[in-house]
Ligand binder design. Sequence first.
Ligand SMILES: C[S@@+](CC[C@H](N)C(=O)[O-])C[C@H]1O[C@@H](n2cnc3c(N)ncnc32)[C@H](O)[C@@H]1O
Length: 200
Amino acid sequence: MSTHLPFSQACENNKGPILDRLRDIFTEPGTVLEIGTGTGQHAEHFAAALPHLQWQPTDHPRAAHLAVARLEQALLPNLLPMLELDVATTPWPVQTAHWVFSANTAHIMAWEEVEKMFQGIGTCLPAGGAFCLYGPFRHQGEFTSESNRVFDQSLKDNASHMGIRDIEALSELAEAAGLALRDDHLMPANNELLVFVRGG
Ligand SMILES: C[S@@+](CC[C@H](N)C(=O)[O-])C[C@H]1O[C@@H](n2cnc3c(N)ncnc32)[C@H](O)[C@@H]1O
């Protein structure tokens, strides 16, 4: 059955290392808003491993169908039905969440969409809530590996609005939305897990 479901080998490889981190971050019960769920492999894996959380998968309307069959087959009571969420369109279908998770989205979205994502998250999260953003990032304009530089070029060749984002620029967006970068975890394959926390 599962061989016919949309599948990402990268998700299969990174879901274990990401879960190891999320266990120590998403410690309190609450709803996790996932932005850009993709195939649903992360949602299924994390909801199964973290039963104290209600996992809310979402994706842009053009992609939200991709995860539906996998999520329904998972039969997990804490895995909520897929919702359509384009970060650039308000109002969002989820208005409050204690946690937010998104993987490999910031370099796919246009920068204006990344701005909207942070603005929206700023209105969703309560004080103490956290936003975990996974993916490849640049530091002060520098790539962390040659493979990330090549990946960035391939993104731009494909569509000029895409590209690996600077952590400093993301931190500025976060601060404008009332969040602060608390941690930057180095992850396998030259990826990172950024943890933004809402103050107040
Ligand atoms: C490279 S995929 C990552 C999917 C999955 N999170 C993963 O790690 O495999 C990028 C995701 O970002 C989503 N996305 C792009 N623009 C978006 C937007 N404006 N609002 C919400 N999601 C968006 C895409 O639909 C896609 O699911």
